[in-house]
Design a protein around this ligand. Sequence first.
Ligand code: NAD
Length: 456
Amino acid sequence: MFRRDFITSAATLAAGFSLGGRTLFGGVNVKGANDRIVLALVGCGGRGLSTIINCCKINKNVVIKTVCDVNTTKLAKAAREVEKNFKKRPETTTDMRTIFADKEVDAVWVATPEHWHALASIWAIQAGKDVYVEKNPTVNIWEGRKLVEAAQKHNRIVQVGFQNRSAPYGFTARDYIKSGKLGQIVTVKCYNLLDGGKFTEAPSRPVPKWLGDEGWDRWLGPAPARPYSPSIAVENGRGGWGNYWAYSGGGLADDASHVVDLARLVIGDPAHPKSVYCWGGNKVFGGKRETPEFQSIIYDFGDFSLSCDNACATGYMTKTPGKVRQDKRLFPTWRNNSTRTEIYGTKGLMFLGRHGGGWQVLGPKNEIVAEDGGVMPDREHQLNFIESLRTRKAPNGEVEQCHRSATLIHLGNIAYRVGNKHLLFDGKAEHFTNNEDANVLARGTYRKGYEIPEKV
Ligand SMILES: NC(=O)c1ccc[n+]([C@@H]2O[C@H](COP(=O)([O-])OP(=O)(O)OC[C@H]3O[C@@H](n4cnc5c(N)ncnc54)[C@H](O)[C@@H]3O)[C@@H](O)[C@H]2O)c1
């Protein structure tokens, strides 16, 4: 089976391998400011394609050599788009291993559904590639730790697609809080209050042509084998994989993760919480979705609490409008902003937007005492990734902190999945101390041939 062969050969190569004077492994792969950087994309959905193209437009001498997707319709579209933008048709493949084996590729952009993020990234790292991996970077806590270990061991740059980590307004919010002007933090409240509807799984069908012979098996990858259903993956658009635990952490991982991650950043990236409680359920639409419609989660950080309310049945709330996201001078209407964070200090209340919207601090008379505007920080994040590849300095979305943010998502989901429980967490060991079922979920399971190894 290739998968094992691939890992063995990658491990052998990782011991030290030199190509044309350029050492690929062991962290000496430093690119000068003018050296060409070769990227490849795994997962040609809306997100991966648009961000990698933009990254090559705003950075000098960065090219896309190969695009990969198991969906042949999206793959063909991706090749056309890249050619249209850069006047050169990229190579195409339905098998990501082709990319990992290609010595010309410097960095891999992983934008598959979440269940592939960690494994594809680890394979890429083992093959000596740097990685940009979309959020949520993992589907369980254990594989997050393995991803961190892999990046450290092979000395690779990993930028997680938590782009708010590159937002200048996030840094000024962090500085404001660090300066003590907000006082001591009492509690942090994160919101992700979106719209949604009833989910019902469509009956299974034969694998469609656009997935090719092996496409569905490869789409499933580390997830359990099951027949194809159009409720999970579709020819065009995203499909409903976010409704299943096997492929994602639901709305909490998909959208709330950005809010929680930025909240962690501005309060100084605290270590793991001591405990988590979640109440959640499917009380509005019902239906067959596994990932819940609503979750209210509270984390105990010892000196303060952090909560997250995640819902897909509150469509009257509003995401930060596009106009505000693009104009540093504008701020959202905070009270109906669906993706805001409220940071309650002893001296004031900070409202913070994600994907732009900036921050404002309210004083005791409802007056604004401080503020900074901010726009959607995709551009900054993509510039920062390429800068990291050239300087070998840790990127803004470095993997340890992003693993910690992702862990908050997993903690909330695990507390829900074991029956809306209060779970005690030993952050050092990344282990629950009062619930073994929770530890099983924290470790996850992998289909044979797609396992993440203990030793990465
Ligand atoms: N950072 C952000 O703001 C942001 C925004 C949107 C999406 N995302 C994330 O980006 C990722 C992609 O999102 P999307 O909306 O483009 O989803 P999508 O489902 O449209 O795209 C994922 C693509 O991966 C492909 N794929 C699945 N298995 C594969 C495999 N083994 N090899 C190659 N390709 C494979 C699918 O066929 C699909 O085309 C998700 O994790 C999502 O959460 C991040």
